[in-house]
Write a protein that binds this ligand. Structure first.
Ligand code: THU
Ligand code: ZN
Length: 296
């Protein structure tokens, strides 16, 4: 287990530490809590709902990868079933700052890669930046998303983002996290990692460019982690497919040194491409990581 996670555990109330330590010591801990685990934590600690999520924030922030800022942000999202997903900010040295993943984006994409369809709450240890407010406005259920910060009443997203600009302004009805199938056939792909990337492309949210795209990362123990591209109505807050796959890798407890190979699948004729940025970010992580690429 990560040292940061062990350290974070000591910041939790004692009653929570004893329940949570068994779970996080499990090598398969996936940085999420089922509704049953949430109920167990609530009864052990006497903290419920938002108070429990605030108490768990140090665990989320322990997943931060911050070689540039050393400023660790933690976020926890709750989906409509009551499952909690942790997230933290991820920075990359050697590329432009635009490749950074914010904690809010991390927690949301983590939930998305595990099948969450609608989020009810997000709990964060710092106020969400403008870029994250805009990213959250793309979500299914953005209108009712509740934002909870320490020492603050919960407020809905549109209190943090008044007079929002969003998908409807561009005539787009689909939202991030709804079931999307982009009708791409992936049956003919015989490289498994590339097929995983293309399957992710099929579930990507790219209504603005039409560049349905996905990435997949294979770790040295043979696990696959997929990431779907998440476009945003304001374009710049979009999250590239490699970042979403790396979020899944990080939240499963792996390090970049565990990456064996990466695949990227995107559309052949599109106005945008992820190839150059994906290659640049991977080169910055480790130039020896092979990238398999295909378009359709
Ligand atoms: N950060 C977040 O993760 N969320 C926010 O909304 C504020 C900023 C991160 C990004 C970067 O890694 C570091 O904090 C400094 O901006
Ligand atoms: Zn942000």
């Amino acid at each position: 287990m990560r040292t940061a996670l062990t350290d974070a555990l000591t910041q939790l109330p004692d009653a929570l530490q004893s329940v949570v330590s068994d779970w996080i010591n499990d090598a398969n801990f996936g940085a999420s809590f089922t509704p049953e685990q949430v109920a167990q934590m609530e009864s052990a600690s006497g903290l419920s709902g938002a108070a429990l999520r605030l108490a768990l924030l140090p665990l989320a922030a322990a997943y931060a990868v911050t070689p540039i800022s050393q400023f660790n942000v933690g976020a926890i999202v709750r989906d409509e079933s009551g499952t909690l997903y942790l997230g933290a900010n991820i920075e990359f040295t050697g590329v432009q700052l635009g490749q950074t993943v914010h904690a809010e984006q991390c927690a949301i994409s983590h939930a998305w890669t595990k099948g969450a369809k609608r989020l009810t709450d997000i709990t964060i240890n710092y106020s969400p930046c403008g870029h994250c407010r805009q990213f959250m406005n793309e979500l299914n259920g953005a209108e009712s998303l509740s934002i909870q910060l320490p020492q603050c009443d919960a407020k809905d997203l549109h209190t943090y983002l008044p007079e929002p600009f969003g998908p409807a302004d561009l005539g787009i009805e689909s939202r991030l996290l709804t079931d999307e199938s982009n009708q791409l056939s992936t049956d003919d792909i015989d490289i498994p990692l590339l097929k995983a990337a293309a399957d992710a492309a099929n579930r990507s949210h790219a209504p603005y460019s039409g560049n349905y795209s996905g990435a997949a990362v294979e770790t040295s123990d043979g696990e696959f982690f997929s990431g779907m591209y998440a476009e945003n109505a304001a374009f710049n807050p979009s999250l590239p497919p490699l970042q979403v796959a790396l979020i899944a890798v990080n939240m499963a407890g792996y390090h970049w040194t565990d990456i064996r190979s990466v695949a990227l699948a995107e559309m052949a004729s599109s106005t945008v491409s992820h190839l150059a940025d994906t290659q640049a970010t991977l080169d910055a992580i480790d130039p020896d990581i092979p990238l398999v690429y295909s378009t359709r």
